[in-house]
Design a binder for this molecule. Sequence first.
Ligand code: DX5
Length: 220
Amino acid sequence: PRQPLIVPSVLPADFARLGEEVRQLCEAGVDRIQWDVMDGVFVPNLTFGPDVIAAARPHSTVGFEAHLMVVNPDELLGRYVEAGCELVIVHAETCTHLHRTLARIRDLGARSGVALNPHTPAEVVAHVLEETDLVLAMTVNPGFGGQAYIRAVEPKIARLRRMIDDSRLAIELEVDGGITGRTISGASAAGADVFISGSWMYAYPGGKAAAVKELRTTAT
Ligand code: DX5
């Protein structure tokens, strides 16, 4: 049985106090922190680049993952690794040569991840699993926090779980978007083992540590 990992998105944080926000997430017991990098082209929102992530890195006791929602991920891969991201996730929809991009992330010394938008079939990653350390099944259309979980993605999560298990490779299966204390059970039952939470965790009445505990318990 896979131990669930709880990974917050920084998107809902107060960007004027990022160092403090990162420290609070670490104190809440999260496993990693996800940075939603958006270029305003691939997705209709614009967030932060490698220099902001690098500035926050010394404030964290957990690893960083970069979720690159950008049209040309190859150009800046090295900058995210230098900024302190141990895991770099590219969107399959932005990679003409996905196999080579994933290999390049590993050559740079980071673990590689590939994200699939809700419409993108699981088969897109069938021939790159050897180059992949994590597959991210988006359960919202990327760009903004606070959107509703798309349940129609669950059969794809189950398909990805079967593909990963059949490959016998140590690949994490991550879901991202609309993950709450309620939707996490469906995503977990479908086979996900890494859960990104943004707005729900930040708004949790009992605080972030209690939110992490609830997600971890429900996913197990
Ligand atoms: C959306 C981002 C998600 C988002 C998750 O494009 O990729 O990580 O921040 O936020 P919630 O949990 O609010 O859907």
